[in-house]
Design a protein around this ligand. Structure first.
Ligand code: ASP
Ligand code: MG
Length: 415
């Protein structure tokens, strides 16, 4: 991607406002004032907006009244209007504040994507218009979530895609920071609805955020964090409703002090399946997971037991919505392989401790297991990476387990 906006003395900031932040005319007026004040402090300001809250769902429902599986190209033409509406309204509100402003749809900017309708990926962003406007002292507003392909067809980036638009623009313009304004004031040590003492993190690394996000902390679209990491865009999550510094997501280098554990993520959307008594011989893992992969089912944790008497058990997790389909496939595979049985469990959760501090500290896993044992919580599966330890436990223990771990690792005092 061609990223080369020469830095001037002034800082260039990309701000993104999500659906609830621009959910009504009242909210749009408030955001306009904020943006106007921000620019007046001397920042070159690019604003990316989502559709007003509920709008993308409303448009989707309209399409479904006509087609059970809406035509993807037309779906993109339809969905992109949500953001087009917001950019125009915000531009008018900013004009009322006395600001010079220009709004653009994704295809007007020329945010060029591939042609995969409803989940397109950004390939290139033309900077000339934006750069020209910024140099003239204008605020630039860009519709999130959309672009167009080489042939000019409108495309969208998948749900939550405005985050990715903002980060991609920040990368393209070599912005000093990309600020994602939302309805929470930052990234927390865990979900405050589960642990009331959860605290906001001042900073977190890209890697940790990716683990937190993929484990189910749904603050940001995962792809936007990958993008930010790839292009080293400092990313800040903050509230558009209350003042504060939010949480800065950035690279690990140069961090002053590293907390051992940054947070606890959990995911209630998985299910586990086991194929029991498969022959313990070369090619079996491939024989089991090949057809699952071919059916486009994503596998997360995988465990294979040591063989006893020439057979072994093979367990893995999938998204809960893929459970039935996987179970059926596994029955066919079991018959093929001469395996004894197939079993499954949908009432599980995955809980993960995340922290780059783990890299340089031993014993975190045993502390974690001790904390769960103390609460008599049985661990069904374990997987680890350099910065994560994840366990699968019974769904009914979710709250208890997360609270016990939050307590044990002193996360309430994390700051
Ligand atoms: N409006 C789109 C959605 O609701 C994109 C976004 O908000 O980021 O998913
Ligand atoms: Mg969003």
């Amino acid at each position: 991607m061609p990223f080369a906006y020469a830095k001037t003395g002034m800082s260039l900031i990309v701000q993104k406002y999500g659906g609830t932040s621009v959910g009504s005319i009242e909210r749009i007026k408030i955001i306009a004032q904020k943006v106007c004040d921000f620019q007046a402090k001397g920042h070159k300001t690019v604003v990316v907006v989502s559709a007003m809250s509920g709008e993308t769902n409303r448009l989707t429902a309209l399409a479904h009244e006509l087609q059970a599986q809406p035509d993807p190209r037309e779906m993109d033409v339809l969905l992109s209007t949500g953001e087009q509406l917001t950019i125009a309204l915000l531009a008018m509100a900013l004009q009322n504040c006395g600001c010079d402003v220009r709004s653009y749809t994704g295809s007007q900017v020329r945010i060029i994507t591939d042609s995969v309708h409803t989940k397109a990926r950004i390939r290139e962003i033309e900077q000339s218009k934006i750069k020209h406007d910024l140099d003239k002292g204008r605020i630039v507003i860009v519709a999130g979530f959309q672009g167009s392909d080489e042939k000019g067809n409108i495309t969208t980036l998948g749900r939550g895609g405005s985050d990715t638009t903002a980060v991609a623009l920040a990368a393209a313009l070599n912005a000093d920071e990309c600020q994602i304004y939302t309805d929470v004031d930052g990234v927390y040590t865990t979900d405050p609805r589960v642990v009331a003492e959860a605290t906001k993190l001042d900073n977190i690394t890209y890697e940790e955020m990716l683990e937190m996000a993929s484990q189910g902390a749904k603050v940001l679209q995962i792809r936007s964090v990958e993008f930010a990491s790839k292009y080293s865009v400092p990313l800040r999550v903050l509230s558009s409703f209350v003042d504060g510094e939010g949480t800065l997501i950035s690279a690990e280098e140069g961090r002053m002090e590293q907390a051992l554990i940054s947070g606890i993520a959990f995911n209630r959307d998985e299910a586990k399946l086991t194929i029991v008594g498969v022959p313990d011989q070369p090619g079996v893992a491939h024989h089991i997971l090949g057809p699952i992969g071919n059916a486009n089912i994503e596998v997360d944790m995988i465990i294979q037991n040591v063989g006893v008497d020439g057979t072994t058990d093979f367990t893995f997790t999938v998204h809960r919505q893929d459970y039935e389909k996987t179970f059926k496939l596994l029955q066919t595979i079991a018959a093929d392989l001469g395996a004894r049985d197939v079993s499954g469990d949908t009432k599980i959760v995955k809980i993960a401790l995340v922290g780059v501090g783990m890299r340089s500290h031993a014993g975190i896993a045993s502390t974690m297991f001790a904390a769960l044992a103390k609460e008599s919580i049985n661990i069904k599966m374990i997987s680890t990476s350099e910065i994560k330890i994840a366990v699968v436990v019974d769904e009914k223990y979710l709250e208890l387990a997360v609270r016990a771990l939050h307590d044990n690792f002193d996360l309430a005092k994390a700051e």
